[in-house]
Design a protein around this ligand. Structure first.
Ligand code: F6R
Length: 361
């Protein structure tokens, strides 16, 4: 049942305010400015002993994990990174008892992620799951975890589950942070930011008509570049993946500062750039990248908190706390990919060559 939408993807994009509300519900503890995560199976003493966090997933879940690693590093000050699960499991990784491993999966059935979890458990590691489907293989195999409560996702490409997974990581990072060195004031600040998310997502969705007009223009591109920095880079990776999956337009994502180390050679009017430009401490650096692109006659679409003069178009998103901005900045780009694919007449819910759940190696 598409509930009045033409595609499941559109329905699932539209459901995000409610979905995010669900991942937050019942978990916020205002008294201690923290969150409770019932199924974590990690007591405070164990949480304090974690020296590193390694996040594993595939595709969109890997991108959610990259943002999750950034959240854990900034809020809990634990070194954290994310890696595609298959890369991890094929390289005979050093498994360290002080590392917390986190497997991310919408379906909970992705073979490469499941195999990585089983290998880690066999080597005695502690593995948590950040999973959508309750009772799925990865959820059962993990020592504990956080359900992301996005609800059923039918469209082959992931949208609402991505947003909820990143929000679940914000909860986990806040929880770990408040057990360690995150102050009450910062805990409060993040909680207030989390509570704003559903209404801010709604506000972004109300800009759909404008994004649709932009999509009609960008649908002519043969290839597109996506750039971002630090928190914005995984947003660029995910937006680029979404565009290629459903529109079949070639797209690449790069950290903004890597442009001058090679990809700048590709910039010309026929290769537009989508730039993630949040109003944070990197704003001036990002503006410099826009200037570099403009100087090569590149067209620029910025996703930003205020209009970017160097860009040909800016999609404005509401500002949240710096740490939570990536949750919001990806959402207009889901709509951009959607309307680009629609303008090109693609089969959006079932893109060619792709399956919802990849249970083979
Ligand atoms: C992209 C997409 C895929 C999945 C990937 C992992 O839109 O949906 O990249 O994210 O196949 O799937 P899960 O999260 O079920 O493990």
């Amino acid at each position: 049942d598409m509930g009045g939408h033409d595609t499941y993807m559109h329905k699932e994009i539209s459901e995000q305010p409610d979905a995010v509300d669900r991942v937050l519900r019942g978990r916020i503890d205002d008294r201690f400015s923290t969150v409770h995560l019932g199924g974590l199976n990690l007591d405070p003493r164990e949480a304090r002993g974690i020296r590193r966090v390694k996040i594993l997933g595939c595709g969109t879940s890997y991108h959610a994990g990259l943002i999750g690693a950034g959240l854990i590093e900034s809020l809990a000050r634990i070194p954290a990174d994310a890696e595609p699960a298959s890369e991890f499991r094929y390289r005979n990784p050093v498994v360290d008892p002080d590392t917390l491993y986190i497997a991310v999966s919408q379906s909970g059935e992705t073979y490469d992620v499941l195999a990585a979890v089983q290998e880690l458990k066999r080597k005695g590691a502690r593995v948590l799951g950040v999973v959508n489907v309750v009772g799925s293989a990865i959820a059962r195999e993990a020592d504990g975890g956080v359900y992301v409560h996005a609800g059923p996702e039918v469209c082959v490409v992931s949208t609402k589950c991505f947003t909820n997974t990143v929000t679940a990581f914000a909860l986990l990072a806040l929880h770990l942070g408040r057990i360690r060195d995150l102050s009450v004031a910062d805990g409060k600040r993040i909680i207030e930011g989390l509570r704003k998310l559903p209404a801010q997502i709604q506000e972004i969705l109300e800009g759909e008509e404008d994004i649709k007009k932009l999509a009609a223009e960008y649908a002519e591109a043969k290839s597109m570049m996506f750039i971002g920095r630090v928190r914005g880079y995984p947003v660029a990776l995910e937006a680029s993946l979404k565009l290629k999956e459903i529109s079949y337009i070639h797209a690449e994502a790069y950290p903004a500062s890597e442009l001058k180390h090679g990809p700048l050679a590709l910039i010309e009017p026929a290769m537009p750039t989508v730039a993630i430009v949040p109003d944070d401490d990197l704003l001036e650096k990002n503006r410099a990248a826009l200037e570099e692109i403009k100087a090569r006659s590149g067209r620029i679409l910025a996703v930003a908190h205020r209009v970017q003069e160097k860009a040909d178009h800016t999609i404005l998103v509401p500002k949240n706390e710096d740490e939570l901005d990536p949750i919001l900045m990806g959402i207009p780009l889901q709509l951009l990919a959607y309307h680009t694919a629609l303008a090109l007449g693609r089969d959006i819910d079932k893109p060619r060559n792709l399956a919802k759940s990849v249970t083979v190696e």
